[in-house]
Design a protein. Sequence first.
Length: 144
Amino acid sequence: MNATNYALYAGTFVSMGLLLKFGGRPERAAVLLVAVSLLLEPFAQGVTLNTWRIGTAGLNLALLAGFWVMAEKWDRWWLVLASSLQLIVVLTHLMPVMAPEFGVNTGVTIRLLMWTMIVVSMFGGAWEAAADRYWSSSGKQVPS
């Protein structure tokens, strides 16, 4: 692992902590989903078909399904954003099928960028949950 990976893991864990601290049920469910995904990732990485990372693709597809179901169930903008970014992650797994000249590193680089953006959306989700709690408890109208 390099410094980028450590920074990304640190951001992921900090954002998960903030979601747990400030979030409600949707945020706690998302943290559980991401935690399970992170725990299963080392096992999924070993499942390949030639150079196609089919285990990681399946895990990313499951994460997309989880985010999508949560986005449909709960009214949280950050879940919609995380779902759409995760869809891009899943589509990157099809790159070797579409064009063999796409190297494995190309897909990995795009996935790292998308995960960075998902982590940013998780930070936004923690802010949204805190703001929602504040405006709901104060009885004030949200400024427009």
